[in-house]
Design a protein around this ligand. Sequence first.
Ligand SMILES: Nc1nc2c(ncn2[C@@H]2O[C@H](COP(=O)(O)OP(=O)(O)OP(=O)(O)O)[C@@H](O)[C@H]2O)c(=O)[nH]1
Ligand SMILES: C[S@@+](CC[C@H](N)C(=O)[O-])C[C@H]1O[C@@H](n2cnc3c(N)ncnc32)[C@H](O)[C@@H]1O
Ligand code: SF4
Ligand code: SF4
Length: 616
Amino acid sequence: CSSGAPVTQPRPGEPSRPTREGLSLRLQFLQEHAAPFSAFLTDSFGRQHSYLRISLTEKCNLRCQYCMPEEGVPLTPKADLLTTEEILTLARLFVKEGVDKIRLTGGEPLIRPDVVDIVARLHGLEGLRTIGLTTNGINLARLLPRLQQAGLNAVNISLDTLVPAKFEFIVRRKGFHKVMEGIHKAIELGYKPVKVNCVVMRGLNEDELLDFVALTEGLPLDVRFIEYMPFDGNKWNFKKMVSYKEMLDTIRQRWPGLEKLPEEDSSTAKAFKIPGFQGQISFITSMSEHFCGTCNRLRITADGNLKVCLFGNSEVSLRDHLRAGASEEELLRIIGAAVGRKKRQHAGMFNIAQMKNRPMILIGVLLMLQDSPPARWSNFSWDPLRVRNPSARQCLSDQMASLWKRHCIPKALPLSQQCLGSGSPQRHYSSYPDPDTHSKCLSTGSQAPDAPSGPGPTSNQLTHVDSAGRASMVDVGGKPETERVAVASAMVLLGPVAFKLVQQNQLKKGDALVVAQLAGVQAAKLTSQLIPLCHHVALSHVQVHLELDSTRHAVLIQASCRARGPTGVEMEALTSAAMAALTVYDMCKAVSRDIVVTEVKLISKTGGQRGDFHRA
Ligand SMILES: Nc1nc2c(ncn2[C@@H]2O[C@H](COP(=O)(O)OP(=O)(O)OP(=O)(O)O)[C@@H](O)[C@H]2O)c(=O)[nH]1
Ligand SMILES: C[S@@+](CC[C@H](N)C(=O)[O-])C[C@H]1O[C@@H](n2cnc3c(N)ncnc32)[C@H](O)[C@@H]1O
Ligand code: SF4
Ligand code: SF4
């Protein structure tokens, strides 16, 4: 292809006129010459794997927060990485079996010195119709002309912000303008569409959604908003993920005429377009709406492991078999067995987050990482203090402060306010206290969380039993009065139907959120009457906060209680959260019986003699 634009290459002898007649002749040619798809690449669910992603390197010239820890990842020794010849041997085998699209990825593929040579040699493989590249764009403008000449015909470029200072913060390196230059070079060379990958994270770049969409007005880009995925080392937190539906809502408010576009069955992206705009936008919904049913992908890691699923941790070393002199048939049997074991779909949003997997950068090395203590990874916190350049730091701080103000303070929960009080406000930019940053903030304090200090009962003393073994209320009369604060939370899983009614305030019984909030306040005040050995405490403040979580169809409840006295207020906070949750249940039970009240727990407790507690 001369422009790089077409995504397929004619095979030798295949008609290649770009007319309608030419295209239908070509289709006929392909159908007549199509070999039956390889059984080795077909899994037990009938999915034919015709798309191979090859990681050319584990190294990268950036350190994106969502992909890898700041200090980098432990690298495989060079001798254990696939050589160029091994990459080509494997590619040839897969293409012979029916793979017609190969995407080169990494790490950063464009830092591999022989990348142009690899593309040129892949280009010579008969049957391979698309050679794609996913890159961070830093070296793209310089290399693209040669890559295009070598036969590269699809380019995806990662860019998560249009603000240079924020770029430096997210990727922990400079280079914004080089990436932009790369994007423009790809357009200039006729790649169409040029895909721009943007991982969207709450409190970080979700405020730039509309700016990214606006880019497609005058440029033939496909801006693809990617739901933030959990991988080892990136400290994924569900609250940092912005779901596809939420993004779509935001964009629709600004451009109600947004039109859905058809897409290929095996596409990872749901495509849309604003009428009149040159480009389009897409959503990659790996977390909220998986697309595993039509999955046609296999991956080979830079150290030569075949990984049949991005979110699966089973891998088989093709490199070892290759180096042991395995024949093509033996390799195919090994590949076939791995493909045959591929699961129907990935583990689901919350299970993925708990699962061991490689850091993203090593997917696109494994067992050795499984023993790594999490503490080795840097915190995934939006901390402008980590930006070295002073003016970039200032700009980012200002921007983060305004983001924080706009999105977080109204929703800020007492816990984060306590963190604010600890003198490190710049550490918290998300609407919720980030567990990692929070524990970091705590660790600067004198008390270790959850570590009792000072006088208190030893573990074998029963505090609520008298000498005759009967239940008794502890005498707190001799304890000093201190300012006590406790925060507790609860969650109610409503299911989609009840959730929608609550969200739209259409329940017959009335506004569940308002009623539950009042119930929570009332319950806090009545705690000592409900829990037999609990003291009565004169509460000075009760705050109950309810929030809807459309991804889980849940109501999230947080209750905070404050009092000055000799005993703590955690039971008040817990009772308040639990009662608010039960009230939500009561308001909705006519609509569904499948409602679950869960996660009733103490979040934090301060002011007591045994030291503060903050849930990590
Ligand atoms: N669940 C899942 N998501 C994937 C897979 N491959 C890519 N993605 C998602 O797609 C994003 C963009 O990946 P790219 O490297 O640009 O590849 P791609 O989307 O397959 O590119 P196209 O070939 O242009 O469709 C990644 O960040 C992932 O979020 C996969 O196999 N499974
Ligand atoms: C691992 S990178 C490798 C290629 C290249 N270095 C790049 O950044 O484009 C491939 C793609 O995965 C995306 N990615 C990395 N970590 C991710 C995460 N936690 N969630 C969603 N996408 C992620 C990147 O944005 C990029 O588009
Ligand atoms: S997403 Fe790409 S550019 Fe960013 S650290 Fe990972 S491999 Fe490097
Ligand atoms: S998660 Fe696994 S099965 Fe699902 S689309 Fe990705 S690679 Fe395919």
